[in-house]
Structure formats: C-alpha cells, structure tokens
Design a binder for this molecule. Sequence first.
Ligand SMILES: NC(=O)c1ccc[n+]([C@@H]2O[C@H](COP(=O)([O-])OP(=O)(O)OC[C@H]3O[C@@H](n4cnc5c(N)ncnc54)[C@H](O)[C@@H]3O)[C@@H](O)[C@H]2O)c1
Length: 293
Amino acid sequence: MQDFSGKVALITGGASGIGRSLAFALGAKGARIVVGDVDSNAMQQIEADLASENIDARVVRCDVTSEESLTAAADAATEAFGGIDLVFANAGIGAGESGALWDYSDKDWRWCLDVNLWGVINSIKVFMPRLIARADKTHFVVTGSSNGAFVILPDAPIYTASKAAVHAITENLHYQVTAGGLQVVVSALFPGPHVVDTGLFNSGRVRPEELKKEVEGNESGINSVDDMKRMAAEWGIELETTHPDEVAAMAIAGLEKDAFWLLETTPDTDDKIRRRAAMILERSTPVPEMVGA
Ligand SMILES: NC(=O)c1ccc[n+]([C@@H]2O[C@H](COP(=O)([O-])OP(=O)(O)OC[C@H]3O[C@@H](n4cnc5c(N)ncnc54)[C@H](O)[C@@H]3O)[C@@H](O)[C@H]2O)c1
C-alpha cells in the first residue's frame, strides 16, 4: 500500500508502545485510526494526544482475549469509518516469568497465551473475513518477536512459546492468502532491532484480577527496560534500545512495499540466527544465547 491517506487502520494494543507509535505514524500519513486496548489510562491519554495532532481517531475498549470484544471493535470501526483497511494484531504482554518451568504458575501460562496467542487467533477470525470482503488491497500485520520465531532466548519460555506459535500462524496465514489469490497482504512485524523501549516489561498493569498472582510485580525483577539495562550491565553487557517510533517507521516502509518481513536486525541477531541454523544442521547441543549479547 503506497498511500495511507483516508485508509482505516485498527491497532490492537494501540494505546502504548509500538501500537501507539503506529497510530501516530499512520495518522500523520492521513490514515484514520482505531485504537483498541484495555488500559483505560493509556486509552484516555492517546485519545487526547491523537486529537491534539488532528488525527481522525476512535479509541475503543477491546480485549483481544475475547472474540466478542474484537467483533465489537470491528463494528465500531465500520460504523465510524465505513470499513477497515489495515489491521495490526499487535497486543501482547510479558508475563514476568522466572524460575524453573516445572514450578511455573498456570496463571502466567494462561494470561500470556490468552493475550499473545489467542489474541492473534481471535483477530484472524474476526478481521480476516472483513478484510477479504473489501474491494481494494488490505493488510493484516501480526506483531511477533524474534525471540520465539528465530531464536529461543532463555528464561522467558512462556513468552517465547507464544511468539513461536504466533509466527507459525502468521506464515501459514500468508501461505493461505497467497494460495487463495486474495488481496490481503499478510506481514510479520518484528519490533527491533534492539529491545524496544515500551511498557512490555510492566505488563502487570493490565493483568486481569482473576489471573493475578500473590507476588506483586514481576518475579523476574524486571519491570522496565531500565531494569533490563541494569541486569544486562551486571552481566557486562551494555543493552541498546530502540524507540518505538523507529519500529513504526520501519513497519510502514515495509508495508509500502507489501513486504512479508517487517524486520530489521543487528549483526548480533543475524549471528544468533546463523548459530541456531548451524546447531540444527550439525546436531550440536543447544547452548543459551544472551539478550543483546
Ligand atoms: N518491546 C519489545 O522489545 C518487543 C520486542 C518484540 C516484540 N514485541 C511485541 O510488540 C507488541 C507490542 O508491545 P509493546 O512492546 O509496545 O508493549 P506495551 O506494553 O507498550 O504495549 C502493549 C499494549 O497491549 C495492550 N494489551 C495488553 N493486554 C491486552 C488485551 N488483552 N487486549 C488488548 N490490548 C492489550 C496493553 O495495554 C498495551 O497498551 C507485543 O505483541 C510484544 O510482544 C515487543
């Protein structure tokens, strides 16, 4: 899609981080924006901020774990703007997991898979038929993670599992759409190239009451990108970060070319991918990779 002017973009998890940056970047290109989220404070904030930039937008409460909630958001978008041209299945959380897998709380598993995996599955069910029914080219963009899709970083097995599954689904969706000759372009967005400075490490702020644990905050002790930087420094690693606006710009540049891979890597990430491929081909025993190392 070359021209976003007048197009309608619906972004799940759009009130913060990468979704928020996408909303402003697409809005600046003349798109009309629908932000779906569950964080009331962030929703109020982005509604005011988008209005102050004169971006035509609607901010709706939309919980991606619920098909009904996504359907209501799709209906609201259609009522406001006549249809949807681009969907960003972007909502995601980090469960703050740590410790031994066999001691993990079912609540961590359930919450992370509900949002990261079922959020994408539900979004495909609700939005794909609507995108297919449009007369012109449409886009369905899934936010994945290289942690899961390409490499298995240690100590976040739930998140990694969710993103591995999400990538398998996204690639399959692309194959099906292509085989069907449909006019929907499917893309896989990988935020980066470094850890992106967003609210992901403080996802507990939107954790549902029934899935809360006894422990406040993340058991991992990482509740922000700054915590991550501190922990990396203890390992002797200087953690670089990426601003979410850079991710939005990279995504839009890829969408302009109808690219499947919305992906920017560092030489370090490329090395990790090469080592992983070599490990499989050579049947060598896996050794853990480090974040940003
Ligand atoms: N930050 C990174 O370095 C990074 C790296 C790879 C992938 N990602 C992915 O990017 C996506 C966006 O995350 P972010 O980093 O911008 O974090 P973020 O926390 O700033 O934004 C995520 C948004 O999702 C919303 N959300 C959470 N649960 C929801 C639900 N049930 N329904 C609807 N919205 C919900 C949150 O309220 C928040 O506004 C996620 O899928 C994440 O896994 C992030």
